[in-house]
Design a protein around this ligand. Structure first.
Ligand SMILES: *Cc1c(COP(=O)(O)O)cnc(C)c1O
Ligand SMILES: [Zn+2]
Length: 415
């Protein structure tokens, strides 16, 4: 059996190391922990090893902390989603170099969260947890409930009470417990942290709380896939939506690992982040040249990104600054326009988070922050069918006529 190259949990703040176990904060400094690897073991992984793997995220199991044994996986087998060449979108926003959309709505529960849930719950079952849970802005609850149903494990997901009905229904249908909290995501998250300390929740894995390092690591697979789908190379620029900021930091980490272990040619890339105007604490810190992320009370339609106190915000700032990228935000009208632009130019119907990313892509080109002559990948992380309200009233039938040729003529459809 292949063993994992993961060797420890490492504090992102002070570098302290502890063994791989269900722990998310450093005992020394309370900083967040992430997975550390034995680089020599990672460096033995070849492209051929990966290409011989299954057509889903588990082809990257040699680069992950869990899931090396196929029987150990708790998963709907997400991943290998389409990387779509988007020439018409490129032209519309003023890019001259190739533009690609990584369409992660094409996952089993229609968002990128299936990746992080697969790695988190595989770890959770290995650690002996008997119930699966999360604090969610919508898509995470959806994915945890579905994975738990497939695995035959009870689930209890926690969401803000005012989520889109599409997100609530597509979660509740799986039959686990759904707890709607009368508060924001940040309130939900705080409550979940408190629950993990109680006896009743001792055997409950909150994927993004008490086993967060294993959750976050699943996001790397999005970076690996983009590189592999481009023929084992890293794009010059990536534009990524941010909630906690974790996805952005982990795509950056994935690229760095691929270079370090020699699976792609050494190159540089620039990382760009996107938030909504209604919840932009990371963008605000960057624009004001500050290291301090001042929490906000989120508003606006991009609910999946509405984390007012982003756990990985500091590290997202670091990635963007170090790589020479930038961040920007988009208001609700720009988000709706972004959804329509992506749909009309590429045939991809994104949820509000995708609208944020496309709207910000356009701004970054217009402001000259993004190089129009450098190849770019934008990440669509969720499906528009879950946030229909966002475009309700904006789009609809172009004509409404009686079923007769005469009516068609009167409407100008025929001469
Ligand atoms: C959760 C989520 C994100 C961002 O996730 P973070 O890792 O918390 O930044 C982006 N898009 C969608 C659709 C999401 O559900
Ligand atoms: Zn520490």
């Amino acid at each position: 059996m292949v063993v994992s190259a993961a060797s420890s949990l490492v504090c992102r703040n002070c570098g302290a190391q502890v063994p791989l176990r269900p722990q998310h904060a450093c005992f020394e400094c309370f900083g967040p922990l992430e997975i550390g690897y034995d680089t020599a073991a990672l460096a033995r992984v070849t492209r051929a090893d990966i290409e011989a793997g299954p057509a889903n995220i588990w082809r990257y199991a040699p680069l992950l902390p869990v899931g090396q044994d196929p029987d150990s996986r708790v998963t709907l087998n997400p991943g290998l989603t389409p990387l779509v060449r988007a020439d018409a979108l490129a032209e519309a926003v003023g890019l001259r170099a190739p533009l690609w959309v990584k369409d992660d709505s094409a996952n089993p529960t229609h968002s990128f969260k299936d990746r992080v849930v697969s790695t988190a719950l595989t770890a959770a079952r290995g650690f002996g947890f008997t119930r699966f849970a999360c604090a969610s802005t919508g898509n995470l609850a959806n994915s945890v409930a579905a994975h738990a149903a497939r695995a035959g494990v009870p689930s209890m997901v926690f969401i803000p009470h005012d989520l889109e009905s599409g997100k609530v229904l597509t979660t509740a249908v799986y039959g686990g417990d759904v707890v709607a909290i009368e508060g924001s995501y940040d309130d939900v998250n705080r409550l979940c942290s408190e629950l993990t300390e109680t006896d009743e929740f001792e055997k409950t894995a909150f994927v993004n709380v008490n086993i967060r390092p294993f959750y976050a690591e699943g996001s790397k697979t999005l970076g690996y896939e983009v590189a592999e789908q481009l023929g084992w190379r890293i794009p010059a620029q990536v534009v990524i939506p941010m909630a906690s900021g974790e996805l952005l930091t982990k795509v950056d980490k994935a690229f760095a690992e691929l270079v370090e272990i020699g699976l792609v040619p050494a190159t540089s890339w620039r990382v760009f982040g996107a938030q909504s105007r209604g919840c932009n604490p990371i963008v605000t810190a960057l624009h004001s040249g500050s290291d301090d992320i001042v929490p906000v009370k989120p508003t606006g339609i991009a609910k999946s990104l509405n984390i007012g106190d982003p756990a990985a915000g500091r590290y997202a700032l670091e990635s963007v600054r170090r790589s020479g990228g930038w961040m920007d935000d988009a208001d609700d009208d720009e988000i709706r326009e972004g959804i329509r632009l992506l749909a009309a130019t590429s045939g991809i119907f994104a949820e509000t988070a995708g609208g944020v990313t496309v709207a910000v892509l356009r701004k970054l080109v217009a402001s000259g922050r993004l190089d129009p002559d450098a190849e770019t990948v934008v990440f669509n992380t969720g499906d528009g069918l879950k946030t229909l309200d966002a475009v309700d009233g904006l789009v609809g039938p172009t004509y409404r006529i009686r079923p007769s040729l005469r009516a068609a003529r009167e409407a100008g459809l025929v001469g």
